[in-house]
Ligand binder design. Structure first.
Ligand SMILES: O=C1C[C@@](O)(C(=O)O)C[C@@H](O)[C@@H]1O
Length: 224
């Protein structure tokens, strides 16, 4: 996964989703934090789609409850798996220097890194979003920002920032969570966003406001 072009990921806690995802997705986002035995699941994976591994802590909206050192050990172990071609690391951990070892392991295995930030409450102003995403891009191959929109108006800033950083040659992924933000999942790629996340089955959504995989794939293709 090099994220030069838009990459649609089927977001899942269950790698057995792969055959169903294959028709529409370019890869899987494996939410290790939502899975029971994530490393065992990865060891047994024999699907065709490449994997982006995410091990999201509770402090960033995920379900990994242990300490960060253990969390990053698991993520580093995931990079040893051939099919894992990218990992997601929280910007806050990168800023704190807590993810240095996993970053190095990823580089050793030629695994791409997505630096992510989430706002589960609202949408920051444009300047703050620009700063967050630029900072994320300085640490990783892709800078990702997921915000929460309560109105259509709020999503405009996110799209503007996506456009501006893309025009500056940065690789970013953006989306607004929540019902008012759903359309950004289809529209942000038009402005340069390089990753989309969608569950195979809408009942298994990994964030509020996601379209199911087939729908997002169709919308993105039609807007191209
Ligand atoms: O960070 C992201 C983006 C996301 O929160 C979304 O809004 O689609 C879904 C998560 O699974 C993923 O790790």
């Amino acid at each position: 996964m090099d994220f030069d072009a838009f990459t649609l990921l089927a977001s899942t806690a269950d790698l057995a989703d792969e055959p169903a995802a294959r028709e529409h997705a370019d890869g899987l986002e494996f939410r290790m934090d939502l899975a029971d035995e994530p490393l065992e699941a990865l060891a047994g994976y024999d699907g065709e789609l490449p994997i982006l591994a995410t091990n999201r802590p509770t402090w960033e909206g995920g379900e990994f409850e242990g300490d960060d050192a253990d969390r990053f050990d698991e993520l580093a172990a995931a990079t040893e798996v051939e099919a894992v071609r990218a990992i997601d690391v929280e910007l806050e951990s990168l800023r704190a220097g807590d993810a240095d070892v996993v970053l190095e392991t990823a580089r050793d295995h030629d695994v791409a890194v997505v630096a992510s930030a989430h706002d589960f409450e609202g949408t920051p102003d444009e300047i703050e979003m620009l700063e967050t995403l630029s900072d994320a891009c300085s640490y990783a191959d892709v800078g990702k920002l997921a915000v929460t929109a309560h109105s259509r108006e709020e999503t405009l800033g996110l799209l503007a920032v996506t456009h501006r950083l893309t025009a500056d040659g940065k690789t970013v992924a953006t989306m607004a969570m929540g019902k008012a933000g759903s359309h950004t999942r289809a529209v942000a790629p038009v402005y340069g966003s390089k990753i989309g996340y969608a569950p195979v089955d809408p009942a298994d959504a990994t964030a509020p406001g996601q379209y199911d995989l087939e729908t997002l794939s169709r919308l993105v293709a039609q807007l191209e």
